[in-house]
Design a binder for this molecule. Structure first.
Ligand code: ADP
Ligand code: MG
Length: 623
C-alpha cells in the first residue's frame, strides 16, 4: 500500500498560494484591497520590474494590533467574517483570509504596522512562511507591506510569468480600476521609481479620470446619472470623438467592484450605436448599484465576471439612457483656446501617399535626413535638396517629386525575386507591360498583366513597403526623419506611459522621437519620413494600443522589427486616396522587395486570377 504522507505546513501553504497568487497582480490586488478594507484614505503602491522584484503597499488605515499580526499570516485568518453566514452580508473586499499566508509562502514579506492608538509599531518579517523577525519599532499610523522576490522558491511559477512590462501593465490596469472605483481614497502609483498617477481622494470621479487619462479625455466626458426601480448608475461617458478601437476604455463597476459583465458592456455599446462607427468603442466609467440578491456572485475574489437577474430589463434601460444622454448634446467637437498648448485638435486625416496634403497643411515641416549612408554622390544630392537647412520652401510639386526621388534612392538596390507564383509580375521586368485598371471598394487595385488579373490590397502593400524601407534604413543606420514642428503633445494613460518609457530607445531608433513632457504627457518631435503624413497623434496612440494588446517578446532586434511592423500598420490604417501615379510608384516599389506577397502581419498584399480561371467562371472552358 502506498504510504500516506501528511503534508507539512510549508507545502500546504505553497499549494494554497498557487491558487491565490498566480502573478504579481494578485499580490498587489490582495494587499491594496486589504488597505481599502482597513479604512485607509491614502494608499501608495509601488512596483519594480513588473512586481517580481518589489511590491510595496503603504496605507494610513487601522493598522494591525500586536496581538493579531501573527494570526493575520495564518491560513483562514480573517477579521472580516466569523462564519459562513457572514458571507452573505459581505461588504469588504477580501474575506477568505488566505492572502497574507499565501503571499508569504512564496516571497519575502516585511510588514510594518501601527494602529493609531498604539505608541510603537511592529516590524514582522517572514520569508517562505518562515518567521524571520518580530520587533517593535517606531512607525507611522497604518500599514506597509513590502514583498520582494516573488516566487523565489517556486521557479516554475517564476518561469511562467510574462515580461516585466506585461506583468506591470496588468497591475497598472488594476490600479486604474481601484482609483476609479474609490475616488474618495487618494492613490499614488509608482512604477520603477516613476510616479504614474496620483489622485487626490476628494471623491471627485472626474478628477480621477483626469489624473489617469489626462486632460483631453476628462474634458470630453459627460456625466451620467440613472435611477430606476432596478438599479442606480452614475459616472462619466465619453463623447463619441474619444473612441478607441478596443474595449480598453470601458470600465464598469457593480457595487464597487470592477466587473466584466457582458450584458452591461453590450448595453453601453448599444447605447452608442448611433454615434460611433462599427468596431469603435467608447470611453465610459460607470458605477452601477444593483441589488446584491439579483447578482450571481462568484465568491472567488479574483473573479470579475458576474451574471444578472433581470438582465433584459437592465440592458434596455442602460441602452436607452446612454442613447438619450448622447443625443442630448451637440456633438461638434469644440476647440477651447486655453487647450491649444496641450491639446492637438488638428482635423483627423488618414495617411496620404507622398504626403502632398500633409506638406500643404503643415508649412513648418522640415525634412531632416539624420545621416545618409551607402548612397553615391548623385543620390546624395537629391536627398540634400529636401534637407532642413534650405530657407526657401520648395513648391508643393517640387517637394512631392523630391520625396519620390528619395524613395527611389532608398530602395535603389533591387533585390532578387522569390520564385513564387506571381514572381514574373512582381519583377522589375514586368514594369512596362502591366496596366493599372482602377480601384474598387476604395481599397483594392486591379492590375492586368499578361494573362492574369491581379488584385492589390492598397493598405497591405503600403504597410509592406513602409516596413521594408524602415527596416532597411534602421539596418543601415540611415533612418530618414521628418521634424514635427511644433511638436505634438499627447496625454497618455499610465499604461501607455509605461510602454513609452520601456521602448523609448526603440522608438528613437525607428525615427519616432518621443520625449517625456511631464504630467503623463509626451512630445513627438520627429517621425520617420516613411510614416510621416498620417495624423501623428492617432498614429502614436494606435501604436501604443497595439503594443499593449500584443505584448512584445524576444531579442532587441525581434522587438524592434515588431514595433516597426506595428508602426506601419498604425500608419496606414484608414482609407487612403491614391491616384494612378501613386499606385504605380507603390507597385513598382513593392516589386523590388524580397517578399512582396505578404504584409508584415502576414496578410496577402496581392493575389491573381488567371484568364483561365475567369473563362472557367464564364463557362467558356468546361472542366
Ligand atoms: P482577508 O483579507 O481575507 O481577511 P488576508 O490574509 O488578506 O485575509 O488578511 C488577514 C487579516 O490581516 C485581515 O483580515 C486583516 O485583519 C489584517 N490585515 C491585512 N492587511 C491589513 C492592512 N493593510 N491594514 C489592517 N489590517 C490588515
Ligand atoms: Mg485580504
Amino acid at each position: 500500500m502506498a504510504v500516506i504522507n501528511i503534508l507539512d505546513k510549508n507545502t500546504i501553504d505553497q499549494i494554497a498560494a498557487g491558487e491565490v497568487v498566480e502573478r504579481p497582480l494578485n499580490v498587489v490586488k490582495e494587499l491594496t484591497e486589504n488597505a481599502i478594507d482597513s479604512n485607509a484614505t491614502s494608499i501608495t503602491v509601488e512596483i519594480k520590474d513588473g512586481g517580481s522584484s518589489l511590491i510595496r503597499v503603504t496605507d494610513n488605515g487601522s493598522g494591525i494590533p500586536k496581538t493579531e499580526i501573527k494570526k493575520a499570516f495564518m491560513r483562514h485568518a480573517t477579521s472580516k467574517i466569523v462564519n459562513a453566514a457572514d458571507l452573505l452580508k459581505l461588504s469588504s473586499l477580501g474575506f477568505r483570509g488566505e492572502a497574507l499566508s499565501s503571499i508569504s509562502a512564496v516571497s519575502y514579506v516585511e510588514c510594518i504596522t501601527k494602529p493609531h492608538d498604539e505608541l510603537l509599531g511592529l516590524r514582522y518579517v517572514i520569508e517562505g512562511s518562515r518567521e524571520i523577525e518580530f520587533q517593535e519599532i517606531g512607525a507611522p499610523d497604518g500599514t506597509t507591506f513590502i514583498v520582494k522576490d516573488l516566487f523565489f522558491n517556486v521557479p516554475a511559477r517564476k518561469k511562467f510569468l510574462k515580461s516585466n512590462q506585461t506583468e506591470g501593465s496588468y497591475i497598472t490596469d488594476l490600479m486604474e480600476h481601484l482609483a476609479l472605483s474609490t475616488p474618495d481614497i487618494s492613490y499614488k502609483y509608482i512604477v520603477n521609481n516613476k510616479e504614474i498617477f496620483n489622485t487626490s481622494g476628494n471623491g471627485d470621479l472626474k478628477e480621477v479620470i483626469y489624473r489617469i487619462y489626462g486632460k483631453e479625455i476628462s474634458d470630453s466626458v459627460l456625466d451620467i446619472n440613472i435611477e430606476n426601480d432596478l438599479f442606480k448608475a452614475h459616472g462619466f461617458i465619453g463623447k463619441p470623438e474619444i473612441n478607441r478601437s478596443s474595449r480598453v476604455n470601458e470600465t464598469l463597476f457593480v457595487n464597487g467592484r470592477y466587473v466584466q459583465c457582458d450584458v452591461l458592456l453590450k448595453a453601453v455599446e448599444e447605447g452608442y450605436k448611433n454615434f460611433l462607427m462599427q468596431h469603435k468603442f467608447p470611453f465610459v466609467v460607470i458605477h452601477f448599484d444593483i441589488n446584491p440578491s439579483w447578482i450571481d456572485v462568484n465568491v472567488h475574489p479574483s473573479k470579475m465576471e458576474i451574471r444578472l437577474q433581470n438582465a433584459k430589463e437592465i440592458y434596455d434601460l442602460v441602452v436607452e439612457n446612454i442613447n438619450a444622454r448622447l443625443a442630448n448634446i451637440s456633438l461638434i467637437p469644440s476647440v477651447k483656446l486655453e487647450d491649444e498648448v496641450l491639446i492637438d485638435e488638428k482635423p483627423t486625416k488618414g495617411p496620404e501617399f507622398f504626403e502632398t496634403n500633409r506638406i500643404r497643411l503643415n508649412d513648418n515641416a522640415d525634412i531632416k535626413p539624420l545621416s545618409i549612408k551607402n548612397i553615391d554622390d548623385n543620390q546624395a544630392k537629391s536627398v540634400k535638396v529636401i534637407g532642413p537647412l534650405k530657407i526657401t520652401r520648395p513648391t508643393l510639386d517640387e517637394a512631392t517629386s523630391n520625396i519620390i526621388k528619395q524613395k527611389e534612392i532608398i530602395d535603389i538596390e533591387s533585390t532578387s525575386q522569390l520564385s513564387l507564383f506571381d514572381a514574373d509580375f512582381l519583377s522589375e521586368d514586368a514594369k512596362p507591360s502591366y496596366e493599372i485598371l482602377g480601384q474598387i471598394f476604395k481599397t483594392y487595385w486591379l492590375i492586368a498583366f499578361e494573362d492574369k488579373l491581379f488584385f492589390m490590397d492598397q493598405h497591405a502593400a503600403h504597410e509592406k513597403v513602409k516596413y521594408e524601407r524602415i527596416l532597411k534604413q534602421v539596418k543601415e543606420k540611415s533612418i530618414l526623419t521628418q521634424n514635427v514642428n511644433p511638436p505634438i503633445i499627447i496625454n497618455l494613460t499610465g499604461k501607455q506611459c509605461g510602454i513609452v518609457t520601456e521602448y523609448t530607445d526603440m522608438f528613437n531608433n525607428l525615427g519616432i522621437n518621443v520625449e517625456d513632457f511631464g504630467l503623463g504627457a509626451v512630445a513627438i518631435r520627429s517621425m520617420p519620413l516613411d510614416l510621416y503624413g498620417c495624423n501623428e497623434k492617432e498614429f502614436f496612440l494606435r501604436l501604443l494600443d497595439e503594443i499593449i494588446e500584443n505584448p512584445l517578446k524576444g531579442s532587441y532586434d525581434v522587438i524592434l522589427e515588431k514595433i516597426a511592423s506595428m508602426a506601419c500598420k498604425a500608419a496606414v490604417k484608414g482609407n487612403t486616396k491614391m491616384n494612378m501615379d501613386e499606385v504605380k510608384a507603390l507597385l513598382d516599389e513593392l516589386m523590388t522587395l524580397d517578399n512582396p506577397y505578404n504584409c508584415p502581419h502576414g496578410r496577402p498584399t496581392i493575389f491573381s486570377m488567371s484568364k483561365y480561371e475567369i473563362e472557367k467562371k464564364f463557362k467558356r472552358i468546361v472542366n
